[in-house]
Design a protein around this ligand. Sequence first.
Ligand code: SF4
Ligand code: SF4
Length: 538
Amino acid sequence: MAKILKPDELTQINFEPPRTGWMNTPVEFRPGTWCYSAAPKNLKYLDLPNPREWQPSDADWKLPANWKEIILEGFKERLEKYRSFRLFMDICVRCGACADKCHFFIGSGDPKNMPVLRAELLRSVYRRYFTTSGKIMGKLGGARELTVDVLKEWFYYFYQCTACRRCSVFCPYGIDQAEITMIGRELLNLVGCNINWIIEPAANCFRTGNHLGLQPHAIKDMLDFFADDIEDRTGIRVEVPINKKGAEILFVTPSGDLFADPGTFTCMGYLMLFHEIGLDYTWSTYASEGGNFGLFSSHELMKRLNAKIYDEARRLGVKWILGGECGHMWRVLHQYMDTMNGPADFLEEPVSPLTGTKFENARSTKMVHITEFTADLIRHNQLQLDPSRNDRLKVTFHDSCNPARAMGLFEEPRYVIKKVCNHFYEMPENTIREQTFCCGGGAGLGTDENMEMRMRGGFPRANAVKFVQEKHGVNRLACICAIDRATLHSLMEYWVPGVEVTGVHEMVANALMMKGEKERTTDLRGQPLQKMEGSEDV
Ligand code: SF4
Ligand code: SF4
């Protein structure tokens, strides 16, 4: 990992633009600001083009001889296929409303991290090859040749966009920078310019069913291990159904929940909840990944990886699907699954077996988000909860970009949190809900080699957490995304020490009074269940 500056040094951000014009300012691949290239073996697993050893900091990227033709042909195909992309190439009026809305621009001061200029990296090439004015006027018309330096610039900046869509909220034309970034990355992928932290999880998922490459026995071992821990804390042995044919519900969550703290505590939370309500459900070792790193690479790869969820639902003969706390999984499901791999007309419209609530919003996808499911249980008094068990915690909530901005899941997680803990504090309004700031590590950028850029990109999020830490003594940052649970941890350690990260269902499980449980003395992390001195209600 590259050496990273101290927080007070990193906040010395230079917002003065370079003296050279943007087209004449080449990128510098400084350690800490870019991600390692994809390993050839991972590209081969996925049958992706041009597997080779290379790094973005190399002068020679070992591109195919006809790389330019490949990219321009790919550009043309996508202009024809995606009407939104063609529109986004044409309609920006350069009003600048988006310019200061990107967390990477705020944290780095680099003008090419302004969404308007990031899009211009593609638009300038679009004009040169696909518009008459660009072909005639060239640079004067904002057009430029596609060169290796331009390709390098694409790589640098499209892997410094987390496709969070915050900028699109402020664009009067609704230009969605995330879609532009996705196409930019697709074009780079056509000539084998991709990053390992995306391609390796995707390859693992393709081979074994999940990003971490966990084999079925490893998944079973982890779940059994959680069951042991739950028994230790509560005296109750939970059952963990795996690959159970004929179960009513298939449960799918990101594999990060099985493997890395604090996701593991969230996973224990699911197990306890499902046991308590006697849910007829099953885990799957084949559809053992809710997340979809294909989204960060190409539409085609996203579709391939997503297909296994419906395939498994069909094989197991379930009625509908319940999904865990994950961010981009919900973007894929909510916005793409139905048209890419659906319609899932072999499944039933989801109905809660406990409350009878019909989840009409999931009529098409047949997949319900766990915070909707749990909020409905609480609303119908199906759970015995003691929120004072979470009194050690002063909680704030990070709206993960995908479930929040992309799907409008604002109220359900807040409703659940307020029912299971007594001390909840919102961050400032322009940093939450639709305007939420990204963690800085989404869209496949949550790796360690680009830590400086992650800390820069996560600065606005961290700053808002620091505000509630100083004002209210907040010590827990809740979220409903596995990537966030991983990346926010480093962000808090760097910018806001003293704030730990949690999933919502970890707090649900702490508060859950299970039938027949022994006297609970610790929470899921083994910390004593006791009130924090001087705590007060909000
Ligand atoms: S807000 Fe929209 S129209 Fe205005 S500069 Fe940004 S992308 Fe272009
Ligand atoms: S989508 Fe997010 S990361 Fe990308 S340019 Fe917009 S605000 Fe920045």
